[in-house]
Design a protein around this ligand. Structure first.
Ligand code: GAP
Length: 495
């Protein structure tokens, strides 16, 4: 069974992943706030992306550029002229629609064949009574639509105290342009050789006409982008370098999402048709994911050729070339751009991890997140919160583990309930302190000094001596198999 968007929205709110922005004021259109667990998950996604694509590679460096850039950047990049959607307005109810999406929604129809009765007709279909097709506003069913007008998606603002045309600037609609305008700064300061890439993760803003579907399409979102510069005169494995690297990046990005848990059957590549390519692209391939709303773009990998560097060189008057020592010539590198949305990645990981199953006659919701993505790594749970020694031991264990990982302590329910709570947010391991651990000093009984570790996915439990705990947790959180660790310790009764 695949999860619905409503289930994810409700889980996200209930368990502190994602809240509607400014909710107490009625919410802000298509803006979302990440809560205590959401921010951990989001940070983990960005950290892993940075570790795998920047930190661990000799051919990659990173930057963190400002969101407000020189306005000419957007003239040179083509965003001022091309970053538009064709819009139509209803003359009656004044609602605005994307011209190319008007027929993708159900439409309201006052049918002349049934004395003007009102019907809601499925998207793209004719009326089953009169056979008519939609010509008027799909929402009110009465107003005529205007001819399409181009609407720029960039958010406009003013730099400085005077709101005049000369001070107009824009919130960046993509992080990519900062890598192009800093190309020479990075090249010279880091003494790089082609091929190399510049990466950045950060906010982008688009005044989307039809935002929606939770965090899938919003007006403020985060991107993780790489601009990978290659020498267009070189060949790799007998192929032009840009084409070779384009395919390599498609494979690497797909493998990355698979590595952190997205199922193979939920991922597919989609080649852009010639007529849908962006103005700068020679070829673009999307990685699509089977979201609860259906197959949709998770990220895109484009071959942007030398378009951007040439444009910025022309508009700035600065040379943005690379000196090819071998051929003794200046070249304008080609660019391969893997561009991923952080929020869409998070939505895909949530959707893919969500499982409902039956355990001993009861429903269990479990978020099977990869251990490195899980917002909380360990929950420390005292079996009896009224036994001081149990609580003290559990608190000490939490403090010790929290030196390295995100760990929580919870004593607000019975143990079965506490386990379910952690399953639902994807916490891979729970550590329980019980009477056996601490003994009973009143009766002169000493404890065995062992705690129970419970594995989220198998629900198996093992008894581990407290001095071994940090090492076992470390092993499990850094890719160690549960079965390997479990083989070394006695199992405990499951609850
Ligand atoms: N620099 C290229 C670029 O920005 P894009 O396909 O427009 O390309 C790249 O955006 C990625 O950014 C998308 O695949 C998606 O994951 C994310 N993205 C784009 N618009 C978004 C929006 N309105 N809300 C959330 N994510 C968005």
């Amino acid at each position: 069974m695949s999860v619905t968007m409503d289930t994810l929205v409700s889980l996200s709110k209930r368990r502190g992943f994602i809240f509607q922005s400014s909710e107490i004021y009625g919410g802000t259109g298509s803006c979302w706030d990440y809560g205590p667990l959401g921010v951990e998950l989001k940070n983990n996604i960005k950290r892993l992306w940075w570790r795998d694509f920047v930190q661990s590679r000799a051919d990659m460096v990173g930057i963190d550029a400002s969101i407000l850039m020189h306005p000419t950047v957007w003239k040179a990049s083509g965003h001022l002229d091309h970053f538009t959607d064709p819009m139509v307005d209803c003359r009656e109810c004044k609602l605005r629609f994307r011209a190319d999406q008007v027929d993708e929604r159900p439409w309201t129809h006052y049918c002349p064949a049934t004395k003007g009765n009102k019907f809601t007709i499925p998207a793209g279909e004719p009326c089953s009574h009169c056979g008519g097709r939609r010509t008027l506003c799909p929402d009110c069913g009465k107003g005529e639509l205007t001819a399409p007008r181009q609407f720029n998606l960039m958010f406009k603002t003013f730099m400085g105290p005077v709101e005049e045309d000369a001070s107009i600037t824009y919130l960046r609609p993509e992080t990519a342009q900062a890598m192009f305008v800093n190309f020479d700064n990075v090249l010279q300061s880091m003494r790089l050789k082609l091929p190399f890439g510049i990466a950045q993760a950060g906010r982008a803003f688009r005044n989307e006409i039809t935002p929606g579907n939770f965090i899938f399409r919003t007006r403020e979102f985060e991107q993780m982008e790489i601009e990978y510069f290659v020498n267009p005169h070189e060949t790799v494995d007998g192929r032009p370098a840009d084409e070779y690297w384009h395919d390599r990046w498609i494979e690497d990005c797909l493998a990355w999402f698979r590595r952190y848990g997205l199922r193979k059957e939920n991922l597919q590549l989609r080649e852009h048709r010639k007529d849908e390519l962006s103005h700068y692209s020679k070829r673009t391939v999307d990685i699509d994911y089977r979201f609860p709303i259906g197959w949709s773009e998770l990220m895109g990998i484009a071959n942007r050729t030398d378009f951007d560097l040439k444009q910025h060189a022309q508009f700035s008057g600065k040379s943005l070339t690379y000196f090819d020592e071998e051929r003794k010539e200046h070249v304008v590198p080609y660019v391969i751009e893997p561009s991923a949305g952080v929020d869409r990645a998070l939505l895909a990981f949530l959707a893919d991890g969500y499982v409902e199953e039956e355990v001993r006659g009861e429903k269990r919701v479990v978020l099977r997140l990869h251990v490195e993505l899980a917002p909380l790594k360990v929950a420390v749970l005292p079996l009896l919160k009224k036994r001081e020694e149990i609580v003290r031991t559990a608190q000490a264990i939490r403090a010790e583990l929290a030196r390295q990982w995100r760990v929580v302590y919870d004593d607000t329910a019975a143990i079965g309930r506490l386990y379910r709570r952690q399953d639902e947010v994807g916490t891979p391991y729970c550590v329980t302190v019980d009477v056996q651990t601490v003994g009973d000093s009143g009766k002169g009984e000493s404890g065995d000094g062992k705690v129970t570790i419970r594995d989220r996915d198998s629900m198996e439990q093992i008894r581990v001596p407290i001095p071994d705990l940090a090492a076992v947790v470390g092993e499990l959180l850094s890719g160690g198999e549960w079965t390997t660790a479990a083989a070394r310790y006695p199992t405990a009764k499951t609850s």
